[in-house]
Design a protein around this ligand. Structure first.
Ligand SMILES: Nc1ncnc2c1ncn2[C@@H]1O[C@H](COP(=O)(O)OP(=O)(O)O)[C@@H](O)[C@H]1O
Ligand SMILES: Nc1ccn([C@@H]2O[C@H](COP(=O)(O)O)[C@@H](O)[C@H]2O)c(=O)n1
Length: 232
């Protein structure tokens, strides 16, 4: 199995458009991309009742199982598959399922804390931060949480004011300093096209480097053959 040639981190506040950027890019690049949502690495909270899990601060870095995420990224970087946990926002917990995720040419790590952990930052080749105004993000989040994540409006508003907003300001937004590129307003067409171009360029330069190395090895072998031929 071939090791990835390019690892991208996409961070940003809730509702900024991280998943949309990652999915759009993945749709264009196809099977060569492995997408890793950081949300799947929320701690297993099976030991808590649902009512207790509803009270957890999911916007604090301590809510995530960092060791497992680091280990899985390292495994993918070695070209090996992982058994990725799956997360269910309706029950505020992991499901019992694990999905086998193969490594591929490009790894995209996406989530509010994609640019937070030092060890993970070391593994990233390109760090993106999706920057979208807070008012746009909360409007998107209300719609998404009610429609897709089984929440009610009152709960979404309360959670936003109590944890999402203060944790965003304290932990998420400061990670802009780790970004190489800031993408405004989520999946904007120009930014996504540039990202796709960059990925294609990295992939072809990587396979080009491979081809050059092969050629050099082949040339050396030819020289050895020529040398042995002349001595025989
Ligand atoms: N550029 C955009 N313009 C309009 N809506 C967008 C844009 N990017 C994302 N959205 C919408 O906003 C919502 C949140 O986007 P999502 O990608 O899930 O955000 P995140 O992963 O950052 O939480 C989704 O309903 C998505 O369709
Ligand atoms: N049980 C949970 C777990 C997480 N959240 C919220 O999800 C947000 C991160 O996901 P995005 O796709 O929006 O980046 C984060 O802000 C958590 O508040 C939740 O509501 N419930």
């Amino acid at each position: 199995m071939r090791s990835p040639s390019f690892v991208i981190g996409i961070a940003g506040g809730t509702g900024a458009g991280k998943t949309t950027v990652a999915r759009t890019v993945a749709d264009h690049v196809g099977e060569a991309i492995t997408r890793i949502p950081v949300d799947n690495y929320y701690e297993d909270l099976s030991h808590l009742e649902l009512t207790e899990r509803e009270q957890v601060n999911y916007d604090h870095p301590d809510a995530f199982e960092w060791d497992l995420l680091r280990e899985h990224l390292e495994t993918l970087l070695e070209g090996q598959p992982i058994e990725m946990p799956q997360y269910d926002f309706e029950i505020h917990n992991r499901t019992d399922d694990r999905v086998t995720v193969e490594s591929s040419d490009v790894i995209v790590l996406e989530g509010i804390f994609a640019l937070y952990d030092d060890a993970i930052l070391e593994m990233l080749d390109l760090c993106l931060y999706v920057m979208t105004d807070a008012d746009v993000r909360i409007l998107r989040r209300i719609e998404r949480d009610v429609v897709e994540r089984g929440r009610d409006l009152e709960g979404v508003m309360e959670q936003y004011l109590e944890t999402v907003k203060p944790m965003h300001e304290r932990f998420v937004e400061p990670t802009t300093k780790n970004a190489d590129v800031i993408i405004p307003e989520g999946a904007n067409q120009v930014a996504v096209e540039l990202l796709i171009e960059k990925i294609e360029a990295e992939r072809s330069s990587d396979s080009g480097a491979g081809a050059t190395a092969e050629t050099a090895v082949e040339r050396e072998r030819q020289d050895e053959l020529t040398f042995s031929d002349s001595t025989n």
